[in-house]
Design a protein around this ligand. Structure first.
Ligand SMILES: [Zn+2]
Length: 505
């Protein structure tokens, strides 16, 4: 096994979080950051501190609470950005300021309206300034893959002299082709003096579906850090997927003569946690973490698998923490068996979370004879993400059918602890529920998205509902799960509202 370690810089909470549908609250980001620490990523880019008050608070909270990985904040090459980044990350034992400026002719001329010499001077001055605050400074030459080579060498050389510890070469617009991108990394190594003193990082976007391939080509040519996001989320078509880069290096470590520090057994859970937080499921055929990634459908393949697993399997699902369904729990299963199952699936819960999840499991087992691992994941992932309950759902009754106007009666407990009830009509049962909730809380809600997803097959499956609402350009995601999709809908709607009210009472 190789000793060459490729550092994983995870940007799920910055590049990923800023992409549509993936916004998270502070509590959700913290939950995700904890999981990234279990996954053992080397660097967590926690956010872009100057971009908003909320972003600043999340970066600061993560820097204060998450131990282990380096905690980075993004900054432009501006004093106020660097100050905000430093104020947020200085609580970490291992802080990093990550700053960027565009270096391609196209970006410098049209976006920045600055000459190459001005850009170079700003980068050098601000790397020096950042270095006066923080030992670890990463410099990114934005749009590097479309930057004039000589200018790229010059700015890298100058920023290393100014004190940068990591040089990032991003394929910002997902334009590069693997062989070409590998050649760029090799050329930087050959043409920049002192490059061996710093980490060479790459940050590839997936516009042509090549983000992982480009990142791997860079590793073959000398990159020592790769920037990735869980499930490949990020701007436009996303970033290189963490699970793809990590598992390519695991399965083909000898070929790359490299490995990562990633704790592979946490990969499946990390992917699931992100999907549960954002409500965005990965496509079924997604590499490594998709629903079909380890299924073998054709007869010939199944026959081969039964004779010898390696005939059609390059990676056992257990390696990423996707455990085989050992036993199915039912209504007679006790707390110990349930806890045992959680341990087997790798969930860490405290007493309080265990009790909540166990109660939910018991009521599910009453409705559904057999409770599978996927059901348990749904229960646990939902209940371990804290949502402050401003309003609490008590009961939902719905009437709908072919010849009646759908009508819903909803009861909730309000902030004063009073039980309040309202009945409303709607074009359908979900609409009626939402109308009843809106009049109970006394405000109109702007609904962006309503998604239903069955956790397992069968008509008694647990239904997961995700609701997205927005207010003042902020998006709030709520989740609910129940064997009754109408109940799950009411839970999800109210949980999104609770998050919104928590943020802006
Ligand atoms: Zn990016």
């Amino acid at each position: 096994m190789s000793d060459r370690i490729i550092k994983i810089f995870d940007t799920t909470l910055r590049d990923g979080e800023q992409s549509p549908g993936n916004s998270m609250t502070l509590d959700e980001k913290l939950q995700m950051a904890k999981q990234l620490a279990y996954l053992n990523v080397d660097i967590i880019e926690a956010g872009f501190a100057i971009s908003s008050k909320g972003d600043f608070e999340s970066v600061k909270t993560i820097a204060e609470q998450i131990k282990g990985p380096v905690i980075a904040s993004l900054a432009r090459v501006k004093k106020e950005d660097i100050d905000a980044a430093w104020e947020a990350i200085k609580y970490s034992a291992r802080p990093r300021i990550h700053m960027f400026i565009s270096t391609s002719a196209l970006h410098m001329q049209y976006k920045l309206k600055k000459s190459p010499e001005q850009v170079l001077q700003m980068a050098v001055d601000m790397v020096k300034y950042a270095k006066s605050l923080c030992e670890d400074v990463e410099f990114s030459a934005e749009d590097a893959s479309r930057t004039d080579r000589d200018f790229l060498y010059r700015i890298i050389d100058a920023t290393i002299k100014a004190g940068a510890t990591v040089i990032n070469i991003p394929d910002t617009v997902g334009y590069a082709i693997p062989e070409e991108f590998g050649g760029l990394i090799r050329a930087v190594k050959e043409n920049v003096s002192n490059i061996e003193k710093v980490d060479i990082s790459v940050h590839c976007h997936n516009d042509l579906g090549l983000a992982t391939a480009n990142s791997l080509a860079a590793i073959l040519n000398g990159a020592t850090q790769v920037e990735t996001a869980v499930n490949g989320i990020g701007e436009r078509a996303g970033n290189a997927a963490l699970e793809e880069v990590a598992m390519a290096l695991y399965v083909r470590g000898n070929y790359f003569d490299a490995k990562t520090n990633i704790n592979h057994k946490e990969i499946y859970r990390t992917s699931k946690l992100l999907s549960n937080i954002t409500g965005v499921q990965v496509q079924n055929n997604k590499a490594i973490v998709g629903f079909n990634a380890f299924l073998h459908e054709s007869g010939i393949h199944q026959d081969g698998m039964l004779k010898h697993r390696e005939t059609y399997e390059i990676l056992a699902p257990e390696v990423i923490g996707l455990m085989p369904q050992a036993l199915v729990l039912g209504k007679h299963s006790g707390r110990a068996a349930f806890k045992d199952r959680l341990d087997h699936l790798g969930f860490r819960v405290d007493e309080d979370q265990l009790q909540k999840a166990f109660e939910k499991f018991k009521s599910l087992a009453d409705e559904k004879k057999l409770v599978s691992d996927r059901d348990i994941e749904s229960i646990v992932l939902k209940d371990t993400i804290p949502v402050e309950e401003v309003f609490q759902l008590k009961t939902v009754h719905v009437e709908s059918g072919t010849d009646i106007t759908p009508e819903a009666t909803v009861s909730i407990i309000n902030t004063k602890g009073e039980l309040i009830t309202n009945t409303a009509q709607g074009t359908g049962p979900v609409d009626a529920i939402f109308n009843a909730v809106e009049s109970l809380i006394g405000r109109k809600i702007n609904l962006l998205d309503y998604i239903v997803h069955a956790v397992t097959e069968g008509t008694d499956a647990l239904g997961e509902v995700t609701v997205r609402i927005n207010e003042d350009n902020r998006v709030y995601t709520g989740r609910g799960s129940d064997t009754d999709v109408m109940v799950a809908s009411a839970q999800a709607f109210l949980s999104a509202i609770n998050k919104m009210l928590h943020d802006q009472p």
